[in-house]
Structure formats: structure tokens, C-alpha cells
Design a protein around this ligand. Structure first.
Ligand code: C5P
Length: 314
């Protein structure tokens, strides 16, 4: 993403890529549903009509996470354009903590102290891994590649952390609170996503797009960003369905470690002490979080002689 935003030459409108990404995800989900219905067009259309129009109340529930994700997906472009890739990645991991907070507030999930500590360790570990001493020539190139506003970038990434936590948990609540399929939910999400995306595009770049065209500045790298965003988005949906948002944070953190190790072989990255400390903290965090938690104290009743007697829970 950062590479495509910092190249010289024609710069594409990021607001259009948010819409195209939503469109790609929605089309993929429509195809999956079609295959699930055995290619039976009548059954397929009936299913969509029932799920989207007849159950309109449910459909409209998706407007909230969809609107928030649209803002977030646009803000991420602001963030990567104004911060270095590493600073962006580190600060965006704060979503691990905002997600846990919204899990407690919206889903009533209970986390014991050790689990909060594990989440904090996870954030610190990922941050340490990512704040690697940078190559001075590369850093200078990055700085001069475009005028950056660290303040704007930071605000964008912090708002994205809050929105990621809230929208992720809200989507989990909707998904797990009904029997509707994940793919149908994502079609509903995508419908609003395209709608809100068009409003955002019109407000921010409407005049310029009228002049230069919707696909102005699209290169193969821009299409790659769209592909990655679409695939990543659908992956988030699947992870939320089969696991949960907090585990998603752990999976992402582990993937950061794995990609760093892989870059030893691909890009000649040298593993240093800082990486080992950070990776160690992430592993400790995963281990601590997944430890079986102590059962709540057994209920007890006071006998006439003043002694306590344990009673079994009904
Ligand atoms: O960083 P975070 O995990 O919050 O990223 C969520 C991304 O996944 C967003 O780009 C959002 O549009 C996408 N998403 C999706 N379908 C879902 C949930 C999230 O496409 N059901």
C-alpha cells in the first residue's frame, strides 16, 4: 500500500480502490453462495432475496460495521501515506487492546488479569519486532519520498484502531447471534460498503474523478493492493466466524514474526537480539493467554453451626 502511494507519477484515487475492493469481496461471496446452491439459479435468487430483502432488518444491522469499515479502509491510506511502514504497523497493533476492550463491553467476555497482561505483552512484543534499526540510506529515501505529516498519520491510525476493534466485535456479535451464513453476511456488508464508499469518493475526489476517470493511475501494483485487501478482508471474516477477534490479533502477531523469519531467506534480513526479545514476548503472550483459567470459587452456604458447606452449581 505504501509503495503505491509513494511512487512518482500518476497517483490513483485511493477512495476508488476502497469501492473496488468491496466489489471484489462481494462478487466472491456471491460466487461462493452460487456454488453452495449447486448452481441452481432459482434457488440462488430466492436465497438472496429472502436473506437481503425479506430479512431487511438484519441487512440494515450490517450498515453500522460496514460504514465504520469504509471509514477505516480510507483512513488506512491516509496513515500509510503519512507514516513509515514500520511506524504504521507498530501503532496499528494497538487494535489488539481496543478489540479486547470491545469484546468485554459488547460481548460481555470476561478476561482475567493474566489475559490482559498477555494482550499487553503481545502488543509490546510486536512493537519491539517491528521497530528494527533501519538502514540509514533507506530511511532517508523514505523521508524524502513525499511530504509526510506524522500527526495526521497518527490520528488516522488511532481512529482505525478504535474502528477495527468496534467493527470487528460488532460483526462477530451479528454473525454469531444468528444462523445466516458468513457469505450472506459479507454480501450485506459489501452492499453497504460500496454505497458508503461511493459517498466517500464523491465527497473527497468527486470533481477530480469526473475529470480524470475512475481508474486513473491504476497500475498492476494498485490491482495487487486491491487483491490483497480483498483476500485479507475475507480471511478476517472467516477467522471471526471460526475463532474470534482476540485470536485474530494473536494470529496476526504470529504472522508478523513468521514473515520476519522468512525475510531472512528472501531478503537477507539478519535476526538480532531485538527480534529475539520481541518474538519471545509474543510467544510468552500466546502461552499465557491460552492457559486454562482457574474455575470460579465454588458456591458455599453457611450451616446453622456457622460452618461453610460447599454446594454444587445447578
Ligand atoms: O485490521 P482489521 O482486522 O480491522 O481489518 C478488517 C478488514 O477486513 C477491513 O478491511 C474490512 O473491510 C474487512 N472485513 C471484511 N469482512 C468482514 C470483516 C472485515 O471484508 N466480515
Amino acid at each position: 500500500m505504501r509503495y503505491t502511494r509513494t511512487q512518482a507519477g500518476k497517483l490513483y484515487f485511493s477512495t476508488t480502490t476502497v469501492i473496488v475492493t468491496e466489489f471484489v469481496k462481494m462478487s466472491t461471496c456471491l460466487c461462493i453462495i452460487f456454488i453452495q446452491k449447486g448452481g441452481n439459479v432459482k434457488e440462488y435468487l430466492n436465497y438472496l432475496w429472502h436473506g437481503i430483502v425479506t430479512e431487511a432488518r438484519d441487512t440494515f444491522k450490517l450498515a453500522i460495521p460496514s460504514g465504520i469499515y469504509t471509514i477505516q479502509n480510507n483512513l488506512l491510506f491516509v496513515a500509510v501515506s503519512n507514516l513509515s511502514a514500520a511506524t504504521f504497523q507498530v501503532s496499528y497493533q494497538l487494535k489488539i487492546l481496543t478489540t479486547a476492550l470491545f469484546c468485554v463491553l459488547l460481548l460481555g467476555k470476561r478476561l482475567v488479569k493474566m489475559q490482559w497482561l498477555a494482550l499487553l505483552l503481545l502488543f509490546v512484543g510486536v512493537a519491539i519486532v517491528q521497530i528494527q534499526p533501519s538502514d540509514p540510506t533507506k530511511a532517508a529515501q523514505e523521508k524524502t519520498s513525499q511530504s509526510q505529516s506524522a500527526y495526521t498519520g497518527m490520528v488516522a491510525v488511532l481512529v482505525s484502531c478504535i474502528s477495527s476493534g468496534f467493527a470487528g466485535v460488532y460483526f462477530e456479535k451479528i454473525l454469531k447471534g444468528s444462523s445466516a451464513s458468513l457469505w450472506l453476511r459479507n454480501v450485506q456488508l459489501g452492499l453497504f460498503g460500496v454505497f458508503f464508499g461511493l459517498i466517500g469518493m464523491w465527497m473527497k475526489d468527486g470533481d477530480d474523478i469526473m475529470e480524470k476517470g475512475f481508474f486513473f493511475g491504476y497500475t498492476k501494483y494498485v490491482w495487487t493492493v486491491i487483491g490483497l485487501q480483498a483476500f485479507g478482508g475475507l480471511l478476517v471474516a472467516v477467522v471471526v466466524k471460526y475463532a474470534d477477534n482476540i485470536l485474530k490479533g494473536f494470529a496476526t502477531s504470529l504472522s508478523i514474526i513468521i514473515s520476519t523469519v522468512v525475510s531472512v531467506y528472501l531478503f537477507g534480513f539478519t535476526i538480532n537480539l531485538q527480534f529475539c526479545v520481541g518474538a519471545g514476548l509474543v510467544l510468552i503472550a500466546i502461552f499465557t493467554y491460552s492457559q486454562p483459567q482457574p474455575k470460579p470459587a465454588p458456591l458455599a452456604e453457611t450451616l446453622p453451626n456457622g460452618k461453610q458447606r460447599e454446594v454444587s452449581k445447578v
